[in-house]
Design a protein around this ligand. Structure first.
Ligand SMILES: *Cc1c(COP(=O)(O)O)cnc(C)c1O
Length: 428
């Protein structure tokens, strides 16, 4: 079916209809819990929650609490603060674990995403002469590519030989999972690690992580995911899927502020293995004896083992403000709205497309997507993006001609989708 004719008839591209959808939206009040950037006195249509999520109105008071306790107690705040800093990171664990479908002991908030990928690969990329290859998606996020390449080089292998990339087929935009499985089968005697972005940052394609994990294990490999675009966006069941490890950032869908603390997951099955190699620091040492200042490392029995340093309280405070909202809403309700919102956005784009000679093409797979749509605007360069910005829409632009729009269920409205459509129609 062509994109132009594949339009849901029950939807309407009118302001009244969008407002009706907003009225019956169970999460409509949450938009008011966020600070929405302004353009000429009106809320922008914010489509970049996949890049930097918006600030919850509560973030400031969560941060202020820690600033106040620092002022009041100095170092004693580690014990006397309302939320003692010594164990502050523990306040995030349960809520974060629920968002990614993990057990609390499998989850830890620490460092930054790329740092966590490296720390986890220290433990889970253990190449041997026989098994040294890493399978990943072609055109992975640059930081992930650099991380994989540098790990391979660090262990003395060549990038060309050790990194196996699976690309979309000629003329296609997303990667066929059958091609991932075929590459695993082909390399099953030499594959050490499968490391894939669970949701592709460029196309918005969601991979079948359960099936990839199973197939990776069958090929004798360890399986890890970068969930920068998965955490807080789609339903994840890291524990049940038996994923070995994962890492994600908290500033995209998780609204924790620029550069905020990242997350990591290590499956329970690896936690009882005490001889797993790792780079150690004092915050990974058994908390019961951490302050004996002994020189023998005794690992924590949880994912906290991978912590190196004491926790960054301010970014954790911001993260906590956001996770409290996620916990209140629950991933079920969030995803239910996300599906409706992105379906309406898709409808709007296709409706406009039909009027505009099919110059737009949605490259995000309909059956495997979160709340992001990546749209190719044929014949339009970055000028279109600039014009959108000037007109109060903030999407993002990826060279050469892709506009990414993330319809965020916590703070985007159905009216946002309509307004975007009207502006887009005018500009095309
Ligand atoms: C956003 C993103 C990153 C960013 O890495 P940081 O270490 O947080 O700077 C890495 N990988 C992917 C897939 C991303 O989407």
């Amino acid at each position: 079916m062509s994109q132009a004719t594949d339009i849901k008839t029950e939807y309407k591209n009118t302001l009244e209809f969008a407002k009706e959808l907003d009225k019956s939206d169970a999460l409509k009040e949450y938009r008011h819990r966020f600070l929405i950037p302004q353009h000429e006195g009106k809320d922008v249509v914010y489509f970049t929650g996949n890049s930097l999520g918006l600030q919850p109105k509560t973030t400031q008071s969560y941060l202020q609490q820690e600033l106040n306790d620092w002022a009041k107690f100095g170092v004693e705040g580690h014990f006397l603060a309302k939320n003692p800093w010594l164990s502050y990171h523990e306040l995030l664990t349960d809520k974060m674990a629920k968002v990614v479908g993990a057990l609390p002991q499998e989850t830890i908030m620490m460092n930054q995403l790329t740092v966590n990928l490296h720390l986890l690969m220290v433990s889970f990329y253990r190449p041997t002469k026989q098994r040294y290859k890493i399978l990943c998606e072609a055109k992975a996020f640059p930081s992930d590519q650099y991380a994989l390449q540098s790990q391979v080089k660090f262990h003395g292998y060549s990038i060309e030989d050790a990194i196996v990339e699976v690309a979309p087929r000629e003329g296609e935009y997303h990667i066929r999972e059958e091609d991932i499985f075929a590459a695993m089968e082909k390399n099953k005697d030499s594959l050490a690690l499968v490391m894939i972005g669970g949701v592709n940052y460029f196309t918005g394609q969601v991979f079948d992580m359960k099936a990839i994990t199973e197939a990776g294990h069958k090929a004798g490999a360890i399986v890890g995911f970068d969930l920068a675009h998965g955490a807080g966006n789609i339903k994840l069941q890291l524990h049940d899927w038996k994923v070995d490890f994962a890492a994600w950032c908290s500033y995209k869908y998780l609204n924790s502020g620029p550069g905020s603390v990242a997350g990591a997951f290590v499956h329970e099955k690896h936690l009882s293995t005490t001889d797993l190699p790792l780079f150690a620091g004092w915050w990974g040492h058994d908390k019961k004896t951490r302050f004996f200042m002994d020189n023998t490392f005794v690992p924590m029995e949880t994912a906290e083992r991978w912590q190196l340093s004491n926790a960054p309280i301010f970014s954790m405070a911001a993260c906590r403000a956001s996770l409290d909202i996620f916990d209140e809403v629950g991933m079920g309700a969030l995803i239910a709205k996300s599906k409706k919102l992105v379906a309406y956005l898709e409808f709007i784009v296709k409706h406009i497309n039909a009027e505009k000679n099919n110059c737009l093409k949605i490259i995000t797979p309909k059956e495997n997507r979160g709340c992001q749509l990546s749209i190719v605007a044929n014949g339009y360069g970055k000028k279109l993006y600039n014009a959108l910005i000037e007109n109060g829409v903030i999407p993002d632009w990826r060279e050469p001609n892709v506009i990414r729009c993330a319809a965020i269920p916590l703070y985007n409205s159905f009216e946002d989708m309509y307004r975007f459509g009207e502006i887009l129609k005018r500009l095309l």
